[in-house]
Ligand binder design. Structure first.
Ligand SMILES: NC(=O)c1ccc[n+]([C@@H]2O[C@H](COP(=O)([O-])OP(=O)(O)OC[C@H]3O[C@@H](n4cnc5c(N)ncnc54)[C@H](OP(=O)(O)O)[C@@H]3O)[C@@H](O)[C@H]2O)c1
Length: 268
């Protein structure tokens, strides 16, 4: 038995137009799942489809704003018509609004409520809640399935400055465990994956100066990462396939898998 064979599975990857979601989509496709690449940016969506196909997988792009319930309901119909009932849901849409980040010019007490709510809307509501509400009943009716939510090291210990991002990602861990308990009787497993620091669009300005050299914050992150480097998006492949596979992870639910180069194990 190949523990990591996903043939016959249908994977929905929301945020596959991004760095981490794209790598996860490629991984699922290479393991045999048909992959629904979901996001708002069609150009990056098509590039992801081509990358999955180049790796020997099947994929198609479906446009949706994760914050718009009707979009998610529509794509669930479209994906089911194209590939069959989804059995794997990856929630990889998310990011941080710089307007909700503490800086030399913006104190914690002056963060605007709209920017604060924006991070919670993106990372918790569109990032996990709505996709789970829309795709969850189908997964449960099928009697088996795997949901993978993307948390963050800042969900475990809040990073400096990105206060609402950290709080929203901590809520992702809580919702993951709630749903793991809720859906276990229906055979649906719900886990989270905690990436360390991986260069991507949403954190580019925090990590790199205009000339491409690391910012002081990036240097501090690398100094706090026992492996002394950033992650590469493809390094999420193994954890993604493991969590997605009922054969490999059939008794794994409510857990969090860290792929962080040891970041959360470092104190002094
Ligand atoms: N990179 C890291 O170091 C790191 C570390 C920990 C956690 N994470 C988390 O990993 C996830 C992926 O981030 P990334 O690093 O890969 O960043 P990224 O390359 O900027 O990707 C972000 C993704 O979120 C999608 N997205 C944003 N708003 C959306 C919306 N309203 N509807 C649908 N999709 C939306 C974007 O899709 P469109 O542009 O197509 O809308 C894009 O695919 C996020 O949850 C992030 O917080 C990243």
């Amino acid at each position: 038995m190949n523990l990591f064979d996903l043939s016959g599975e249908v994977a929905v990857v929301i945020g596959a137009t991004g760095a981490l979601g794209g790598a996860m989509a490629k991984a699922l496709g290479s393991a045999g799942a048909a992959v629904a690449v979901v996001g708002r940016n069609a150009e990056r969506g098509q590039a992801c489809v081509q990358a999955v196909q180049a790796g020997g997988g099947r994929a198609a792009f479906f446009t949706a704003d994760a914050l718009v319930r009707e979009d998610l309901v529509r794509i669930e119909r479209e994906i089911t018509a194209a590939f069959g009932t989804p059995s794997i849901l990856v929630n990889a849409a998310g990011g941080n609004d710089p307007k909700a980040t503490v800086t030399a010019d913006l104190r914690f007490e002056d963060i605007g409520i709209d920017a604060w709510r924006g991070n919670f809307d993106l990372n918790l509501v569109g990032g996990v809640l709505l996709p789970c509400q829309v795709f969850g009943p189908g997964l449960c009716a099928r009697g088996r399935g795997s949901v993978i939510n993307i948390a963050s090291v800042s969900a475990h210990i809040p990073l400096s400055r990105v206060v609402s991002y950290s709080a929203s990602k901590a809520a992702v861990l809580s919702l993951t465990q709630f749903l793991a308990r809720e859906w276990a009787p229906s055979g649906v497993r719900v886990n989270s994956l905690t990436p360390g620091f991986f260069p991507a669009e949403q954190n580019r300005r925090l990590l790199f100066q205009e000339d491409g050299s690391p910012t002081p914050r990036a240097q501090s992150i690398l100094g706090h990462t026992p492996m002394g480097r950033f992650g590469k998006a493809d390094e999420l492949a193994g954890a993604t396939i493991f969590l997605a596979s009922a054969k490999a992870a059939g008794f794994v639910t409510g857990s969090d898998v860290r792929v962080d180069g040891g970041f959360l194990s470092q104190t002094i």
